[in-house]
Design a protein around this ligand. Structure first.
Ligand code: PEP
Ligand code: MG
Length: 592
């Protein structure tokens, strides 16, 4: 039966494929397709791992039997029996075999897929005792996965054998391995998203997450259709269901009828044609109708993203979120050399164009490691994140600063500091930058000149620009956080996502004021939050005087199209009027 789920549109486009449900905790499991010739070996891999776990349980049972009856833990004995029973369960092993043989999933993927299928059956059981056996099932799966680690398998492989551009007709006929796959998870962390870059999935859906959560941001940078905040999707969608993601509307259609499928297939092709048309603007300079030059920069997460920035026609990197080098490393942070190499790769990748490297901005919805998620503090978004974290650990911060300064010897580097708000933080930061230079001098290591900029992403910063303009060479407005902190809306919380309004008059005033004051002092101002890549905001930002936009590479050409059609002489007075309005969003929609 066809039904739809409404969530938040985060990454545009249409994806059509089969659902792959993955427990959020098992995203680190490799997902790749095997060759038909590897089926038997892969089935053996699961069987051997399972046998090893069974043998381990038998050993445990023997040692328990050797204890006196008084010392025998009854509960443990019963638990081991249950584990043995589950390990030998036919449904589990037949299911795993099916995913390997018929779908060519690798062993780990097949096992976790079947786990999800069986776990759901447990969820639906009336009997509480049986329902609770789901936890045992998860435990034994974990054990088998661990046993399989001994029999190593390749990491996530680049794109599987499915062809994302298959026609709808083909999709309907082809029911086997060559269909796109859509990942469904309760939640995905930003670092999970990085793994996604090399994975087999053509789109994803999560139950939770806000529009400018970092998971959504990385999804946009991957340029694959995605919907977040789709509440119960991981419960309502079953393994292998056909699903359509409408990333523009934030809608998920489950089990679509052939007519619906055909409609979305049409929309998908239209989207591709539209992208093709935009490609014609690649070499056109971004200049408005009245001759104003506009700088279109890229936001990147990894040095390798420089390639897509260049391909999209970016004239530089306006925001390199360096924290992605620090995440998912189980507490072992990258040292100076590793960081230097990464920054240098980004700088060289941009072939002489400027690269703005933001110092590490972890915390809030970007924990260093999932296991270190900051639940201990009541409100991590207001806690020790970004520059606060860096200043709390000067040795770590100096390491990063030295690495960035060294990379500046290889090209134009701008240094960007996140989340500043106090004059004292600014002074401390400046002192540490000087100190990093002295350290490099003392070591006789070469480094290059840098411009230093501040992110304006806290209302208090936007209201005290004088001190920022005194110390910094440029400003970059982080609208994602500026909106979050101005409106008191957690950007990662889907339950208040409808109140996260980039066009709230207070937000617009803070943005306009920052642009105006920066320009008045002759200091460049850029916007690097999601607002910069939102075509419905381009004319307003141009009208406010903004001439530098930094966004995901995939958005650059669409924004360029808006720039080419704009006349800033007219947009200036219009923007003034919009900002006077009680509900500017209504005006923008009317005008657009
Ligand atoms: C922002 O806050 O707008 C920004 C660009 O930084 P981040 O999204 O990484 O917090
Ligand atoms: Mg921010």
């Amino acid at each position: 039966m066809t039904f739809s789920i409404h969530g938040l549109a985060v990454a545009r486009g249409i994806a059509i494929g089969r659902a792959v449900l993955v427990a959020s905790t098992r995203l680190d499991v490799a997902h790749y397709f095997i060759e038909a010739s590897q089926v038997a070996a892969e089935i053996n891999r699961v069987r051997d791992a399972r046998d090893a776990v069974v043998a381990e349980i038998h050993r445990l049972q023997t040692s328990i039997a050797q204890m006196g009856p008084k010392d025998t833990p009854q509960e443990l004995t019963a638990l081991l029996d249950v584990h043995l029973m589950l390990l030998q369960d036919e449904e589990l092993s037949n299911g795993v075999r099916h995913w390997i043989k018929d779908r060519l999933y690798n062993a780990e993927w097949a096992l976790t897929t079947q786990l999800e299928v069986v776990a759901r059956q447990f969820d639906e059981m009336e009997d509480e005792y049986l329902r609770e056996r789901k936890a045992d099932l998860e435990q034994i799966t974990e054990k088998v996965l661990r046993a399989m680690r001994g029999v190593s398998s390749p990491l996530v492989q680049p794109l599987g054998r499915h062809d994302r551009k298959k026609s709808q007709q083909d999709l309907l006929l082809d029911d086997t391995v060559d269909v796109p796959l859509i990942l469904i998870a309760h939640d995905l962390s930003p670092s999970d998203m990085l793994q996604f870059k090399q994975s087999v999935f053509a789109g994803f859906i999560t139950d939770v997450g806000g529009k400018t959560s970092h998971t959504a941001i990385v999804a946009r940078s991957l340029d694959i259709p995605a919907v977040v905040g789709a509440r119960l999707s991981s419960h309502l969608i079953r393994q292998d269901d056909w699903v359509v993601i409408d990333g523009d509307a934030g809608v998920v259609v489950v089990d679509p009828s052939p007519i619906i499928l055909a409609e979305y297939g049409f929309k998908q092709r239209q989207g591709e044609l539209q992208r093709g048309r935009l490609m014609r603007l690649l070499h056109t300079p971004a200049v408005t109708m009245d001759g104003q030059k506009v700088e279109l920069l890229a936001n990147i997460e990894m040095p390798e993203d420089a390639e897509s920035a260049l391909k999209a026609g970016a004239v530089g990197v306006g925001l390199f979120r360096s924290e992605f080098l620090f995440m998912g490393r189980h507490g072992k942070l990258p040292n100076e050399e590793e960081q230097f190499q990464a920054y240098k790769r980004a700088v060289e990748g941009m072939q002489g164009l400027p690269v703005t490297i933001r110092t590490v901005d972890v915390g809030a919805d970007k924990p260093l490691d999932e296991t270190l998620r900051d639940d201990a503090h009541l409100n991590p978004a207001l806690g020790l994140r970004a520059i606060r974290w860096s200043l709390a650990d000067p040795a770590m911060f100096l390491t990063q600063l030295r690495a960035i300064l060294r990379a500046a010897a290889f090209g134009q580097v701008h240094l960007l500091i996140p989340m500043l708000v106090h004059a004292s933080e600014i002074r401390q930061t400046m002192a540490l930058i000087d100190h990093a230079r002295v350290q490099l001098d003392n070591r006789g290591v070469a480094y290059g000149p840098i411009k230093v900029g501040a992110m304006i992403e806290i209302p208090a910063a936007a209201l005290t620009l004088k001190v920022f303009l005194k110390y910094f060479d440029f400003l970059s407005i982080g609208t994602n956080d500026l909106i979050q902190y101005t409106l008191a809306i957690d950007r990662a919380d889907e339950s208040v996502a409808h109140l996260y309004d980039p066009m709230h008059p207070a937000v617009l005033r803070l943005v306009a004021n920052t642009i105006e004051q920066g320009r008045a002092q002759g200091k460049p101002v850029s916007v690097c939050g999601e607002m910069a890549g939102d075509t419905s905001m381009t004319r307003l930002l141009l009208g406010m005087g903004l001439r530098s936009f930094s966004m995901h590479p995939a958005q650059i050409l669409a924004i360029k199209q808006e720039v080419l059609r704009a006349d800033t002489e007219k947009l200036g007075p219009w923007a003034e009027q919009v900002m006077q309005d009680d509900e500017p969003s209504k005006r923008i929609i009317k005008k657009a």
